[in-house]
Design a protein around this ligand. Structure first.
Ligand code: ZN
Length: 293
């Protein structure tokens, strides 16, 4: 072997090794500082830049029921989706579970916690929901969600999204330390299943390449769900490719909501002010709650 070939071989091996040990861009721990108090991570598919566009559809099942307007479209049109489910939701939706189990190629089941508790230790409530408060409570919440998923589906969740998609930064480190990637989003489709159907359909149909869409699949009686189904169909018509979060590299940014502790258990007074200071904006510029009970 010539010297040149040996050098080239060595070079390619070192490049391969560098790529293999490159930091996972979906992880947040190295991107948050001690200063950061609460983050609402932004997540995009990494390096999508494709035509047609690639998006990831993520649907939360917090509690409540199953929205067949959405689920039936996904099954009929063979559209993959990442579902974030709680143990609480799994306990009361056996019929929906059977449908999800029948289509493992379409549905990735990920962890939304045991009882839908925000992974926050530094505030008492978020959007009016009592937070976990302690690392021990966060561990119980995360583990409780994972155990139920494994019991029912026989799979290990890889992603975690808490109740409000907001986290104290110590909680992010803890959850990533438990082996999860923390699931943010870049496009808030239904704002906690609170928006009218036409608005939801328009927002989702305008998804850009690399967007991670968040909406809800557990509120069949609200108008939003019809818009989720309509928006998904519009995206498919445009030729969009739907990817599961676990199948494609993603890139997360902290999106700092609050840098200093507010006096009384809520960041609502501070968030607009601090939002304007942060470099990373959420795709939905309004302070939009993503939680729904
Ligand atoms: Zn939820």
């Amino acid at each position: 072997m010539s010297v040149l070939k040996i050098v080239l071989l060595g070079l390619s091996l070192s490049i391969g090794a560098t790529a293999a040990f490159a930091a996972d861009e979906a992880l947040l721990s190295s991107k948050v500082s001690q200063r950061h108090l609460i983050i609402e991570p932004q997540l995009n598919l990494a390096g999508a830049k494709s035509n047609p566009i690639q998006v990831a559809l993520t649907l939360d099942a917090c509690s409540g029921d199953i929205d067949h307007r959405i689920l039936d479209v996904l099954v009929r049109e063979k559209i993959p989706a990442t579902l974030f489910v709680t143990a609480r939701w799994l306990r009361r939706n056996q019929a929906a579970i059977e449908i999800l189990k029948a289509h493992p190629e379409l549905f990735a089941i990920e962890n939304h916690g045991a009882e839908h508790v925000p992974a926050i230790t530094v505030l008492k409530t978020m959007y009016g929901i009592p937070t976990a408060g302690t690392p021990a409570a966060i561990e119980t919440e995360v583990k409780g969600g994972a155990d139920k998923i494994t019991e029912i589906f026989g799979t290990q969740p890889q992603w975690y999204r808490d109740a409000t998609a907001r986290y104290s930064t110590d909680a992010v480190r803890q959850i990533e330390g438990m082996g999860y990637k923390v699931a943010g989003y870049s496009l808030n489709g239904d704002r906690g299943a609170s928006l009218p159907a036409a608005t939801v359909a328009r927002r989702i149909s305008y998804a850009k390449d690399g967007d991670v869409i968040i909406s809800h699949i557990n509120q069949p009686k609200r108008a939003s769900g019809a818009g989720v189904a309509e928006g998904i169909l519009a995206l498919k018509k445009k030729g969009a490719q739907f990817k599961l979060l676990r199948d494609i590299p993603a890139r997360a940014a902290p999106n700092v909501v609050s840098e200093t502790a507010p006096p009384n258990g809520s960041v609502s007074q501070k968030e607009n002010k601090t939002h304007s200071k942060t470099k990373t904006k959420p795709a939905s510029a309004e302070p939009a709650p993503v939680s729904v009970q």
